[in-house]
Structure formats: C-alpha cells, structure tokens
Design a binder for this molecule. Structure first.
Ligand code: 5AD
Ligand code: SF4
Length: 441
C-alpha cells in the first residue's frame, strides 16, 4: 500500500500550523502529501470548536468517509484538534463513529507518529487526549504551506475566559515558549529561505518568556530579538488582546521597520455594557483611545478586527454602538461572526439569547458597513507603489500571482514563477473590497 496523506484543517492559524507539523511528521515517516483525500491512505481532520458551524462541517466531512472505510479497511481516519478536548464530542465519536482509527487532542500532536505506528502494527484503534499542555515540546518538524513565510508558535493557550469563548477549555492555560527556542527556530527558517514570520498565539501580547539566564522577556522584547535575525524582513503576529497592547509594543510598531504596520485588534462589540458581559477588560472609550494612540505613533497602520453580533442580551441600541464604533475606527477589514452558543462557557447559560432572525438581520447591516469602508479604504491605494512578498499563483486565475503588502493587503498582479518567495514593487491599479489589483513596476 502506498504511503500518502491528506489533512483537512478547520479554524484558525494555530490549527493551520498544527497541520503543518502533522504534515512534517508524516513526511519524515516517508508519507507523501496528496491534493485530494480520495488518493490518501491516511486522512486527518483537524477540527475547530469556536463556532457551531465548524462542528457541523466536521461531522459532515466525517460522515462522507464511512463508506470508504467499509470498502477499504486499511484506509486510516484520524481526527484531532479543539473538538477532541470536549467530552461530549468524544462520546458522540465513540457511539456514532466507532470506525475512526485515531483520536488525539491539541496538547499531544507530537504523539501522532507513535499512535499511527501502533494502529499500523496492531490494527487496533488509538485514542489519546491530554487534559492539559504540560511541558512544551520543541523541535517538531513542519511542512510549510509557503516557501517564503512561516507560522511560528510563541505561546499556547489562553487565560482570558471571555464569556462566549471555548478556547481556554480546548487549548488550556497560557504557556510561553522560551525566547531562545523561538529565535533558534526562526534562524533556521531564515536559512531555509523564509522572509516573513507570523508569530502565533491566542493572545501574543501577553507573552511571558523567560530566557536561560532567568530574565523575563515580554512580547515587545521578543519582537526586537527576532528583528535582529538576518534574512527575516517582516514580522507579523496574530492575535492580540486590546487590554494587553503595551506602550513598548506601540513603540516597536513605530521604530522597528521589520514589524509590519498592521494590527489585528479584536473589538468584539462597540458597547461597554456588552464588553463587560463578555469579560473583555476594556470598554468602548479605552478601545478608541488605543486606536488613536496606535495611529498617532504609526499613521499608516492598517487595522482589522473581529466582531460578534447578537451576544446574549444585545439590544438594538447596543448593536448601534457597534455600527457607530466601526464607522469611527474605519477598519481596513473585519471578521464578523454571529454569536454561537458554546456549551460549557458562561454565556451559554445566559437567559437573554437573541433570536436567530434578529442576529442575521444585524449581521447583514454590519457586513454592509464593514465592506463599504473596506472598499473606500482600498480605493485610496490606487496609483501607490507597494512592496509585495509574492506568495504564489492566484487560485482563480493561473496567469495571476498574489502576495501581501506590509499592511497585509492582498494584491493580485501578472507575474512570473521566479517571483514567488521574493519581494516585488507593484503599482496598484485598482482597490477592491477584499483585495488590490496591480502591475509590476
Ligand atoms: N460565537 C461567535 N464568535 C465567536 N468567536 C469566539 N467565540 C465565539 C462564539 N461563541 C469569535 C471571536 C474571536 C474569533 C476568533 O472568533 O470574535 O475573536
Ligand atoms: Fe477566546 Fe477571549 Fe482567549 Fe481570544 S482572548 S481565545 S476570545 S477567551
């Protein structure tokens, strides 16, 4: 039997990076990645718990694999990720999907090769979920999606317990990697041709590193350490919490030319009352002040956000406050979400849940506003020259290539294969709602 694998990834960039690590471990075991799951002998589904539509898509995808498993018992089905850290999901898998071969969680992906070997040798099932993270495991391989840019975990877990969010329960408490380990990993990536790193964590600006000498290193300090690495031209991070945006980090935005002038600053709501009920530890005014401070320090910084519509108890007036805040901040882009009940979180038990039709109606109004502002902000780029790190061929048009500006705007342009992984100057010819069009200078 040939050794091929396919991974389906749901959710955030942390999950994407976990999938890169799984791909790296499988590659080291002699497996080859295939583009279609039907050609794979090992299929992995890496799941997300953050909203219920991801749950539904997971069970849908899993259901599709049952026939194949019956026809071809050697085909190995593995499931992992945040959903596996929830007992009700495990119960459902055991009763309704007993043909799944391997189940593992978010804290033990490094154990996957051993679990797979056990299944191959003993032809039995494996389930291993760890309740918490324990020691951080260093030195795992990763098969990167892009040649020139890499995802790098700097911390794991979250201590914030926003009342709507399942992440603290599925990813555990905050743990920061040691600064030396992060720097060593990025040095090796630079040698391998990586020009841009995306530092990952649920809340990167509460990073609390301690180096071998026992000195504390905060997130801004880590950024400065990484900026010293030759070959790395761009540093980004995802995601940050407004309450932890330090003056030192704002100063790094202003002075460190390698730190990209772009920040994802999830606001979640424009109403101080809702923010309080969400346990966000900032209010509308302090958020707006922070945006002002960032823009004063770095006038051309691009800002994106996450917004939840229809949190329990949200009144029309409170939703209007969100619309008003969006109009005031004028985000470059925003991810908008319908509030989704997550069992086990405090907000799931709030009694004043908002009816689905009201949520949808508010959501549509918000999206319309967000998109019209994005289009206006992108239109301003017409005629500008932007430095773009070329990522690859555009998915829709084989003639076109795409890449990102320093401010994280997606740019499409006609290019050549040898540009992939390099910086090019692109003259922007049209700003659209979600991307920019341009031509090589
Ligand atoms: N319902 C809707 N959106 C949610 N998010 C997190 N939990 C929920 C939920 N229960 C959103 C937040 C977060 C983003 C990653 O997902 O906006 O910033
Ligand atoms: Fe969830 Fe809040 Fe932690 Fe973000 S900061 S992962 S929204 S609990």
């Amino acid at each position: 039997m040939n050794k091929t694998f396919h991974i389906t990834t749901f959710g955030c960039q942390m999950n994407e990076h976990d999938s890169e690590i799984l791909a790296g471990m499988l590659t080291n075991m002699g497996y080859e990645e295939v583009a279609e799951r039907k050609d794979a002998t090992v299929a992995i589904i890496n799941t997300c718990s953050v909203r219920d539509n991801a749950d539904k898509r997971f069970f849908g995808t899993l259901g599709q694999l049952k026939r194949r498993k019956e026809d071809q018992p050697d085909f190995i089905v593995c499931v992992c990720g945040c959903m596996m850290q929830q007992q009700p999901i495990i119960d459902t898998l055991k009763t309704k999907y007993p043909w799944v071969d391997i189940i593992f969680g978010t804290h033990n992906i490094h154990r996957f090769p051993e679990l797979l070997n056990n299944v191959l040798q003993e032809k039995d099932k494996e389930m291993e979920i760890w309740a918490d993270g324990g020691e951080i495991v260093e030195g795992l391989p990763a098969k990167r999606l892009f040649k020139s840019k890499a995802l790098v975990n700097i911390m794991f877990g979250c201590n914030n317990f926003c009342t709507y969010c399942i992440v603290p329960y599925t990813r555990g408490r905050e743990r920061s990697r040691r600064p030396e380990d992060i720097v060593r990993e990025i040095q090796a990536l630079a040698v391998d041709g990586v020009r841009e790193v995306m530092l990952l964590g649920q809340n990167v600006n509460s990073y609390k590193g301690v180096n071998a000498g026992g000195d504390k290193v905060d997130f801004a300090g880590l950024v400065w350490l990484i900026a010293e690495i030759d070959g790395i031209d761009r540093i980004r991070f995802m995601t940050s919490h407004p309450k932890d945006m330090s003056d030192d980090l704002i100063d790094a935005f202003a002075r460190c030319y390698k730190l990209c002038k772009n920040v994802h600053l999830p606001v979640q709501s424009g109403s101080s009352n809702i923010l309080k009920r969400m346990n966000r530890h900032y209010d509308r005014d302090s958020y707006l002040l922070l945006v002002d401070k960032l823009r004063k320090a770095v006038p051309d910084i691009t800002i994106s956000t996450d917004i939840i519509v229809g949190f329990p108890g949200e009144t029309e007036e409170e939703f209007q406050e969100t619309l008003d805040l969006v109009a005031q901040v004028r985000y470059d882009s925003a991810f908008t979400f319908l509030y989704s009940v997550r069992q086990g979180t405090p907000a799931a038990d709030y009694e004043d849940q908002i009816p689905e039709d009201v949520k949808h109606e508010r959501f549509n109004r918000l999206v319309e506003l967000v998109n019209s502002i994005s289009a206006e902000k992108n239109a301003v780029y017409d005629g500008r020259i932007e430095r773009v790190l070329v990522e690859g061929r555009s998915k829709r048009n084989s003639n076109a290539f795409s890449g990102r500006t320093d401010g994280f705007k997606l740019v499409n342009f006609k290019g050549e294969e040898n540009m992939v992984g390099n910086f090019v100057d692109v003259e922007i010819t049209e700003g659209k709602t979600f991307s920019l069009e341009g031509r090589i200078r």
